[in-house]
Write a protein that binds this ligand. Structure first.
Ligand SMILES: Cc1cc2nc3c(=O)[nH]c(=O)nc-3n(C[C@H](O)[C@H](O)[C@H](O)COP(=O)(O)OP(=O)(O)OC[C@H]3O[C@@H](n4cnc5c(N)ncnc54)[C@H](O)[C@@H]3O)c2cc1C
Length: 405
C-alpha cells in the first residue's frame, strides 16, 4: 500500500498551504465572527488561486481545471480545509465539487458545455437534491418519492426535497427522481438537471441550522410541482441514478474527509499555539501532562484517519469502488475530526468558544459531518455487512456444541 504522497502532490500541497496562510487566512481573520464573506472577496480569492495555478485542480483541463489525479489532489484538499474559505477559493467546495465530478462522469458534451464549464469557472452554482422529508429518501435512499414521468420530449417532475445545499442560491439542481415504478429503485431512478428558473420549481425556505458560518452555505426545502424539463436534461441513461450517485458519493465522501482533516489539523495548531503561550499553575498550559496526552491522542487519531483516506483514494485512483473502505473513512474521520476539534476548543478556554479564533466555527460546522452523505450508522451497516459476508463455515464447525444440540 502506498501512503507516500507523490512529488506532484507534495508540491501542490506546499503551494496550497502558502496560499491559505498568506492570502486566505488573513481574509478570514478580517471578517467579524458570524459575518458572511462578501461575493467580492470570494472573487478576489478565486482570481488569486487562478494566478497561483491552484484553481479547480480536480477537473480536467479541457473543462477549465488542472487535471490532477484524485490521489494527487488529496493533500491539496487537506490544505484547503484549513480555512472555511479555502475550498471556496480553490473551487473545491461541496457540493459544487461533487457535482462537477458527476457532470464530468455522466454529462454529454453539450451538458458539459452548458453546466460543467460555467460551474468550474464560478459563473454558476449547483445543488444535488436527493434527501426528502417525512417518509422519503434519507438514510435509506430507496424510500425515494419524487417522480419524473416522460411526457413526449419532456420529463414532468413532482416531489418534495429538503436539506439541499446551495438550494436558495443554485442555478441548477441535479435532481434524484424515480422514473420507473415497476422495477426496484436501484434500477428505477435517474438524475435529471433542473434549472432553478423552471416553472413549478420553488425553493420554499432555507432551513435554519447549526453551523451557519462565514461561508454560510444554505440548506433548503424545495417543491417540484409539474416541473417540465427537456428529455436532454437526463444525466447518463434512464435508470442509472443510483449507479451514478454511488460513483459521485464515493469520492465526495473522501473529499469531505480531506477537507475536515485539514480543519481539525488547523484547530490543533491553534490550540498548540494557545496552550504554549498561556500560563497558569506555574507554567505554560502546554506543559501539563493531561493536555499533552490529549494532544498526543488527537495527533494519533488524525494521523490514522489521514492514512486511511490515502489508502481509499489509492483504490479509487486504480478504478476500484472501494465501498467498504470509503465507509470506514467516512465514519472514522467524521468522529475523529469532531473529537479533535472539540479537544482543541477545550484547551483554548473561553477563546475556543469565541469567534476571534476559527475553532468555534469549526466546532459548529463539523457536527454535520457525522450525518451528511450517510450517517455513521449507515456506514457501519456497510462495513458490518461486508464483515459478515465471509463467515468461514470451517469456523462454524469449530463452535462448541452443548449436549444433544
Ligand atoms: C448540513 C447538511 C447538508 C446536506 N446537504 C444535502 C444535499 O446537498 N443534498 C441532499 O440530498 N441531502 C443533503 N443533506 C441530507 C443528508 O444527506 C441526510 O440528512 C442524511 O442522508 C440522513 O438522512 P435523514 O436526515 O433523513 O436521516 P434519517 O434517515 O431520518 O435517519 C435519522 C437517524 O437515524 C439513524 N439511522 C438511520 N438508519 C439507520 C440504521 N440502518 N441503523 C441504525 N440507525 C440508523 C441515524 O442516526 C440517522 O442520523 C444534508 C444534510 C445536512 C445536515
Amino acid at each position: 500500500m502506498e501512503y507516500q504522497d507523490s512529488e506532484r502532490a507534495t508540491e501542490l500541497a506546499e503551494r496550497a498551504r502558502e496560499f491559505v496562510d498568506e492570502v486566505v487566512i488573513p481574509r478570514e481573520r478580517e471578517l467579524e465572527g458570524g459575518t458572511k464573506v462578501p461575493e467580492a472577496v470570494i472573487e478576489e480569492l478565486r482570481e488569486e488561486a487562478k494566478a497561483r495555478d491552484l484553481y479547480a485542480p480536480h477537473i480536467a483541463e479541457e473543462h477549465g481545471g488542472m487535471g490532477v489525479d484524485f490521489r494527487d489532489v488529496l493533500p491539496l484538499f487537506e490544505e484547503a480545509g484549513r480555512s472555511l474559505l479555502g475550498p471556496v477559493a480553490m473551487r473545491v467546495d461541496a457540493p459544487d465539487e461533487g457535482n462537477m465530478h458527476t457532470l464530468e462522469l455522466a454529462g454529454t458534451e453539450s451538458q458539459q458545455e452548458r453546466w460543467l464549464k460555467p460551474l468550474v469557472a464560478g459563473e454558476l452554482t449547483s445543488a444535488f437534491a436527493m434527501t426528502e422529508p417525512r417518509q422519503g429518501s434519507g438514510s435509506d435512499p430507496k424510500m425515494i418519492k419524487t417522480t419524473a414521468e416522460r411526457d413526449g420530449d419532456e420529463w414532468v417532475i413532482n416531489g418534495h426535497k429538503w436539506w439541499t445545499t446551495n438550494g436558495g442560491e443554485a442555478d441548477f439542481f441535479i435532481t434524484f427522481a424515480r422514473t420507473d415504478q415497476d422495477v426496484h429503485p436501484y434500477e428505477g431512478c435517474s438524475l435529471i438537471v433542473v434549472p432553478a428558473d423552471t416553472p413549478g420549481f420553488e425553493v420554499k425556505r432555507d432551513i435554519p441550522h447549526v453551523g451557519d458560518d462565514i461561508t454560510s452555505k444554505v440548506h433548503s426545502e424545495i417543491r417540484y410541482d409539474d416541473v417540465r424539463v427537456p428529455v436532454e436534461n437526463l444525466l447518463g441513461k434512464e435508470g442509472e441514478g443510483f449507479t451514478i450517485a454511488q460513483k459521485r458519493l464515493g469520492p465526495a465522501r473522501l473529499t469531505h474527509c480531506m477537507r475536515y482533516s485539514g480543519m481539525a489539523g488547523r484547530a490543533l495548531d491553534v490550540a498548540k499555539a494557545y496552550t504554549s503561550e498561556r500560563e497558569g499553575f506555574g507554567g505554560p498550559i502546554a506543559d501539563k501532562q493531561d493536555v499533552r496526552y490529549e494532544i498526543a491522542e488527537a495527533e494519533t487519531n488524525l494521523h490514522a484517519a489521514r492514512t486511511m483516506v490515502r489508502h481509499a483514494a489509492d483504490e479509487i485512483s486504480r478504478g476500484n469502488e472501494a465501498r467498504v473502505e470509503v465507509s470506514m473513512c467516512k465514519y472514522f474521520t467524521a468522529n475523529v475530526t469532531e473529537e479533535v476539534i472539540n479537544t482543541a476548543l477545550q484547551f483554548c478556554g473561553a477563546s475556543g468558544l469565541g469567534k476571534d479564533l476559527p475553532i468555534a466555527d469549526f466546532y459548529e460546522n463539523v457536527r454535520q459531518f457525522r450525518i451528511v452523505d450517510g450517517p455513521d450508522e449507515v456506514h457501519k451497516r456497510v462495513i458490518a455487512r461486508d464483515a459478515y459476508d465471509d463467515v468461514d463455515p470451517e469456523e462454524l464447525s469449530q463452535l462448541p456444541t452443548f449436549g444433544e444440540d
